[in-house]
Design a protein around this ligand. Structure first.
Ligand SMILES: Cc1ncc(COP(=O)(O)O)c(C=O)c1O
Length: 585
């Protein structure tokens, strides 16, 4: 494995990314969330700073030296990008703030004007929400219909079934070059060729492809190609819409304001030429200039060398992941780029991500902005590892070791969990049938629930011993394990805690002294643990005591908030809000 990577030094490449040198949760950072956003090399960071230190001014508008310098650097990037994707004219490159805005631009500018009732927009099952929702909106506005291309069992668009979806009524086919979940290169040349037979336009979402493959928009002959700079070592807030000149010429502006006009009077406005017609307002000049540095960086490193190294990394990672007991890939076979999506038997996706995070390993869990794909594959979500050329075999070995440990732990815990679950599965109704009243039923749940014997002092004592986030996380997971489960009939829309990324529920009872007893549950152990922490502060208290308790200070004392991701922090707030809602009723 290491031998076939001899031409490329990942460690030298990695040194150019200062962020990767840090420790996270006491461990060297392993960043495996590159499909969400790549890290930035020193060249890009320096260029950004240098621009503000030497050249900052608005573009195109002023006749002074700084403006001219800023405009030159800004337009140079457009020219370089034109060469990077082999477009015919730099006028065909429109700056946006990301792939999402690029797709919205086409949907609203081209789609709204050209789509008629019953015209068809063709998407695929593996699209990112950014390539679904803008089309749903324009379909609603115009009466057009959406049709979906099926996938093969390996997760690629099935090129043998194009005729089932693309036909006389198709006006535009919009699909990802590579899915952000599946990491498979779609047969887009076939899709584009097929769409042309019916004179349908094509939009390719290249957000995941652009950092991994050479892209030649003229050879592809697509009508639109979109991507974001931040997924290719460039800054956030910069995106690209490539469109064929003759099509862009006929499209109306998407947004209106300065820069996109030739002349304005209260009677009439005439629009600017391409590309400025689509670039209303002051653009992200510093970002675009720094994106120029990212393009040069990729050129110097050579995309082909990066891609070769990544292919080898993908082979190695796939072989290793395949040996983790209980790991199930969501589609068959090895991905084309190092993007791996899977579930772990006996573990909630968020628990796996949280456990890896406690070891300094950044991965993503959830639906990955591809909910229709999750529905198509009949899963709730998955864990995604996405690698870049600065990742190494040693980092893969670390994640494999962590996953194997999790998998062994879950086998060892199976019996104990069953006993606990059996007890927790007793619903109040079931308990009533065997002679308990509702309040006794909740007491029964409380008795079986070790977490309920906790109070603020015991929680603070527990966490004061856990100094690092790693050990705090372990305590949360232990609390989660000890918390008994709610039976299915108690998991209703009413008991659902909205705002939690993983599903979570809360039920309550009041005793004769008006003291509350809450019981909660979640699909994810980490959330169950957080519920236990919150409940320790509110159980066996009346509404006044609950509402006056300083929850924020409690969380700070435990040292929770500074470590929880915004989504999990929001989950914690959602649990607290649900409790306040109940006691304020
Ligand atoms: C395939 C795909 N399309 C579109 C997007 C949206 O990109 P952005 O958020 O940069 O607009 C993403 C982001 O993850 C993506 O992976």
């Amino acid at each position: 494995m290491k031998k076939c990577m001899a031409n490329f030094s990942s460690s030298i490449f990695r040194q150019q990314f200062p962020i990767l040198a840090q420790f996270v949760n006491g461990k060297p950072l392993v960043y495996f969330d590159n499909a969400a956003s790549t890290q930035k090399p020193v060249d890009v960071i320096d260029c950004y700073q240098h621009y503000y230190q030497t050249s900052n001014a608005n573009v195109h508008r002023a006749s002074h030296a700084l403006s001219s310098r800023a405009t030159t650097a800004y337009e140079e990037t457009r020219q370089n990008l034109k060469n990077f994707i082999k477009a015919k004219h730099s006028k065909e490159i429109i700056w946006t703030k990301g792939s999402t805005e690029s797709i919205n631009l086409v949907a609203q500018s081209w789609g709204r004007k050209n789509l008629q009732p019953n015209d068809e927009i063709v998407l695929s099952y593996s699209e990112h929400h950014a390539n679904i929702v803008p089309w749903q909106i324009v379909a609603e506005q115009t009466g057009a219909k959406i049709k979906i291309l099926p996938l093969t069992i390996e997760g690629r668009i099935d090129k043998t079934r194009l005729e089932e979806t693309i036909g006389e009524k198709t006006r535009i086919v919009c699909c990802g070059h590579i899915s952000n979940v599946l990491g498979r290169i779609n047969p887009i040349a076939d899709v584009i060729g097929f769409a042309k037979k019916y004179k349908a336009l094509t939009l390719i979402d290249g957000a995941q492809a652009i950092a991994h493959l050479p892209v030649d928009v003229q050879a592809l002959d697509c009508d639109f190609y979109v991507f974001s700079a931040h997924k290719m070592y460039g800054p956030t807030g910069v995106g690209v819409l490539y469109g064929k000149r003759e099509i862009l010429e006929k499209m109306s502006p998407y947004q209106a304001g300065g820069e996109m006009i030739k002349s304005v009077s209260f009677e009439q406005t005439s629009f600017n030429d391409l590309p400025h017609k689509f670039e209303a307002g002051t653009p992200n000049i510093a970002g675009i200039v720094a994106f120029g540095a990212a393009l040069k960086f990729i050129e110097v490193q050579q995309l082909a060398a990066l891609a070769q190294y990544e292919t080898n990394l993908a082979q190695y990672c796939f072989a290793q992941l395949s040996q983790v007991p209980g790991l199930c890939f969501i589609v068959e076979g090895q991905p084309d780029i190092p993007v791996f999506s899977f579930t772990m038997t006996g573990h909630h996706n968020h628990d796996v991500a949280a456990e890896l995070d406690s070891q300094g390993i950044a991965v993503r869990a959830g639906h990955h902005c591809a909910m229709p794909l999750m529905q198509y594959l009949k899963i709730d979500g998955c864990i995604r590892l996405s690698l870049a050329a600065y990742n190494s075999v040693e980092e893969i070995d670390k994640v494999i070791l962590a996953l194997k440990q999790m998998s062994h732990q879950s086998l060892a815990n199976d019996t104990a969990a069953m006993t606990n679950d059996e007890l927790g599965q007793l619903s109040p109704q079931n308990l009533q049938q065997v002679g308990y009243k509702a309040s006794e039923a909740v007491n029964k749940i409380q008795i079986t629930d070790t977490a309920h014997s906790l109070n603020v002092d015991s929680i603070l004592a527990l966490f004061s011993k856990a100094k690092s986030w790693d050990s705090k996380h372990r305590e949360i997971m232990m609390l989660g394990k000890k918390q008994s489960s709610l039976s299915a009939e108690l998991k209703t829309d009413q008991s659902l805690i909205s705002g939690c990324e993983s599903k979570a529920w809360l039920i309550h009872q009041k005793n004769e002294h008006e003291y509350y007893i809450f019981t909660g549950d979640s699909d994810a152990k980490v959330i169950r643990g957080l519920i236990a922490v919150v409940l320790a502060a509110v159980n066996n208290k009346n509404s006044e005591q609950i509402l006056t308790f300083d929850m924020q200070a409690y969380f700070n004392d435990i040292g929770l908030l500074q470590h929880l991701s915004p989504s999990r922090g929001n989950g914690l707030r959602a649990i607290v809000n649900k409790i306040y809602q109940i006691v304020e009723e």
